[in-house]
Design a protein. Sequence first.
Lengths: 181, 182
Amino acid sequence: MAVDRDPSGRPEDHDHPDEVVARAAGTLREITDAGWVRAREAVLERVRRTLRPGPHVAGRSADGRFTVATPVLVDVLRRAVDGATPARVLDVQVDVDPDAELAGVALRLSVAYGSPIGPDAAAARSAVLAEVQRTLGTALVPERVTVDVHIADVHVTETRPPRPRGRENPTPEGPGGVPPA
Amino acid sequence: MRPGEDDAELVRRARLGDRDAFAALVERHGAAMYRYARRMLHDDGAAEDCVQEALVSAWLSADRFRGEAAVRTWLFGILTNTVRRRVRTEARHPAAPLPEEAALPAAPGDPISAVEAADLRDALEIALRELPPMQRACWMLVEVERMPYADVARVQATTVDAVRGAVHRARTTLGRRLAPWR
């Protein structure tokens, strides 16, 4: 019995008692259906036009008040934080009060292995504050609007974050500057 | 899509509302989803409808995806449910035959081999249609999409043993039907 290794890396019992059947499966695997070639654009367009439902949050401009759907705000906040820190956003919760005013933002982050947690969290919070002001036209008042950051995971990046200056013989560090156990 | 970006990174961004990341997932998995739907439904229009409905549903529910399964398994699970609903709806209406011009080759190659492969594929398409839906579905996912049994069991909402049995029976039947090609 032949044993293949499946795409997930787990040995799987893909025994092929019949070589012709395996070859036939291969012919099917290698083709792209003409129907998909024709349908692809329409499917992509339909997905792009589909809006996720969500409450609206108020913004202000010189012309007056406007509203933004919270899924849109979540998307721009994720982009802002991803662009400002080596951390990855895992989740963004936007809290809106009954008057559609922004009441709070909660971030769940995964920090890059070896990257200091405190500065990453601070950078993420700053990125949220700046993006909210840019998108909604309103500065967040700390007493009224909270920005909570929770570090939920650690990930390994291909390019290590820059080390602090002045360290000639750095030791390997875990998150928060703590050497790994 | 940046080169080398894996499904997990794309779905992370898609969960948080990034349409480009979700479109990249569609580009990556759409053809396989269509291939599966078409063999289950025998109709281009129905396959397109189901793939579109499944992908829209995946986009709308992506923020609830927690990564318990591979992205492909998640997408095929949604598609399988969509296809089943379609089959139930259309049970009263016999399926139209597959058109002659069914597929585009992936790339030009040796003309003789290409013709032989196309003939073998046509024979397989006919043999597949005669399989019971569960056997056809499991065989497609295991042998064509190279999905592990455990993932197929999750997609089909059944057990690994049931998948293994269905694939075994499908192989036996297909082997018999494709015997002239040996």
